[in-house]
Design a protein. Sequence first.
Length: 253
Amino acid sequence: MKPRQMDPAAAQQEIERRTRRAFLAMGSGAVLGSAGLAALLAGGAEGDIPPGLRRILGFNEKVVRSALYSNGHLVPTFPTSAVGEQKANGDVGIDTDLDPAAWRLEVVPFGASAPSLALTLDEVKQLPRHEETIEFKCVEGWSTVTQFAGVRLADFTAKFAPGSAQAACVGLRTPDSEYYVSIDMPGALHPQTLLAWEMNGQPLTEDHGAPLRLVIPVKYGIKNIKRIGRIEYTEHPTRDYWQERGYDWFAGL
């Protein structure tokens, strides 16, 4: 059957009809889209992010925590032959020269208002050593297989902050307090979460967080704070550097 032929006048009328309908549809879509965007951006910003967008991040966090996350979930590990050269991203909180002899790790147990301990690296190293070769992932989209060695944060908590496992969160910050993170307690106590002093078989360099950094493979690199100067166990989240700049607080993989 041959296609039906339209005369030129009828064809022009059909084109105009369809154009008007498409324009109205696009206009309605634009209005709805603008209204939705306005709703997301309405209200005062929490840090650098509007509350509507923050609610979306919070919803995503609840889904991950309730449906996907558990301490029985371990990230994949790799042979040391797969190790690559990791970028030294970020120098906030570590841009001054390190004096290893003067460095101390302050510990504020759950319920305390001030540090109860100021530990040397040698004192931290008294705990059982643990090694792991994992894929370190950055929110920028790159990842590198990296070997770390240190002590499990769960073992550290049991030894130096007994009773603090009942806290809801752990806050960590650099000695100058310029960089700071807050992590959930399940993430802190995850068996692959380390306080590490070694990377790829060598002591940490200053660029990578010497003398002691957090390694939490179930979260993006923004939570893996370098040069830790203070650990505090809290009932509520403490300040978090990148959350204040619009990133997801949970930052889970």
